[in-house]
Write a protein that binds this ligand. Structure first.
Ligand SMILES: Cc1ncc(COP(=O)(O)O)c(C=O)c1O
Length: 388
């Protein structure tokens, strides 16, 4: 008896596979997983403890507690001028479930989804589960950003393929680039003409360093499904709390998918979320300044080491080019670096074919881990260069 063929073809993500492969190396310095090292703020933890004490330990309504929907509606309005009614918001099990619920709700078998690449690893498997196809749009020659011309070309090339949606993710994992309002407006014109949905994964919206974040739904409200959450902005990855924000008609459909996937997200996490969204407006900016210092430190060190990278303006990643004298794949490079220098980074190929030749550093690690790993990388570079 055969299990589902599409699931057989999916693999655990390259990020996790690589991380698991190098985890047994003693004293490994991990710059792999996009996991904030900062603790969840104390006031949020207290709210969760109080929730347990007060027996908030049962099912919540499917879309989340009304108090959470209200808090999220106000928060996203204050932060990014988004205008969603509380009833247009679903509390999800992290942004991960939000992405899955959105894609499984809108896609029919045979539909096409466009995705600028290199990209985060969780989109393609879900598109495949929906029996739809993902078409990558290579951004390596356009500054790692999608351009209106590249988008139009992809739409033209796939005019017969039922293009249903474009996935945007900015600030972008793995490159750390983000878009200006003008750039988004130019994309919006092409998207609106095509009439496709946009799934806009803005999980790193609080982590933009040089400019304010523009939410795509402020430009294209009727067909944007906004994905956000507290994992990165409030260092709450383990609480599993994310959000889908979308117009009523889409939310009504997504509510059903959400119900049959997960029923609802944890009541205790929702209590923590109400606190984060109500009294934690400054938590994101406080973390942002910590990450920005680290970003500045990392680009300085990488420049001194002589490595080429994409200057990151958001999230907590730097995409770095393999040294020109290295012969081999990004997986080979990251494996050698882990074994020989005890520094773990993610091979660029984990983010799609267009990531080959590069590797991703996550600088959501402590300053001492960052310093030590850059020291070891610098030493390893000198040693390997002198051997060749
Ligand atoms: C772009 C992007 N979207 C979604 C997620 C998943 O977020 P969550 O932990 O809230 O499920 C991540 C996590 O790394 C991410 O980088």
């Amino acid at each position: 008896m055969q299990t589902n063929i599409r699931i057989q073809q999916i693999q655990v993500s390259g990020i996790r596979r690589f991380d698991e492969a190098i985890s047994t190396i003693p004293d490994i310095l991990k710059l792999t997983v996009g996991e904030p090292d900062l603790p969840t703020p104390a006031h949020i933890k207290k709210a969760a403890i109080a929730a347990i004490r007060d027996d908030w330990t049962h099912y919540s309504p499917l879309m989340g507690f009304a108090a959470l929907q209200h808090a999220a509606s106000t928060y996203f309005n204050q932060k990014y001028q988004l205008n969603y009614d509380p009833e247009e918001i679903i509390a999800t099990v992290g942004a991960t479930e939000a992405v899955a619920t959105a894609l499984l709700t809108i896609l029919n078998p045979g539909d096409t989804v466009l995705l600028p690449t290199p990209a985060y690893t969780s989109y393609e498997p879900v598109v495949s589960m929906a029996n739809a196809q993902l078409v990558p749009i290579d951004t390596t020659t356009t500054g790692y950003k999608l351009t209106p011309t590249a988008l139009q070309t992809a739409l033209d090339e796939h005019v017969l393929d039922h293009v249903k949606a474009l996935i945007l993710n900015y600030p972008t994992n793995p490159t750390g680039v983000t878009y200006t309002r003008d750039e988004l407006q130019a994309l919006q014109k092409v998207i609106a003409t095509a009439g496709i949905y946009v799934i806009s994964d803005e999980i790193y919206s609080e982590l933009t360093y040089e400019q304010a974040h523009t939410a795509f739904a402020t430009l294209y409200p009727s067909k944007t499904i906004t994905i956000n959450g507290l994992s990165k902005s409030h260092a709450m990855t383990g609480w599993r709390l994310g959000f889908i924000l979308a117009p009523h008609d889409l939310i009504a459909e997504m509510k059903k998918t959400h119900q049959y996937l997960v029923t609802s997200t944890s009541s205790i996490s929702q209590a923590a979320g109400i606190e984060a969204l109500t009294n934690g407006l400054d938590d994101g900016p406080a973390m942002r300044s910590v990450y920005q210092e680290r970003r500045d430190y990392m680009v300085k060190r990488l420049s001194e080491i002589g490595l080429n990278y994409i200057y990151p303006t958001g999230a907590f990643y730097i995409f770095v080019q393999l040294p020109t004298d290295f012969e081999g794949s990004s997986w080979d490079f990251a494996t050698r670096l882990a074994h020989e220098a005890h520094v773990a980074v993610v091979p660029g190929s984990a983010f799609g074919a267009s990531g080959e030749g590069w590797f991703r550093i996550s600088y959501a690690a402590s300053q001492s881990v960052l310093r030590e790993s850059m020291n070891q990388l610098a030493l390893w570079r000198v040693q390997t260069a002198s051997q060749e």
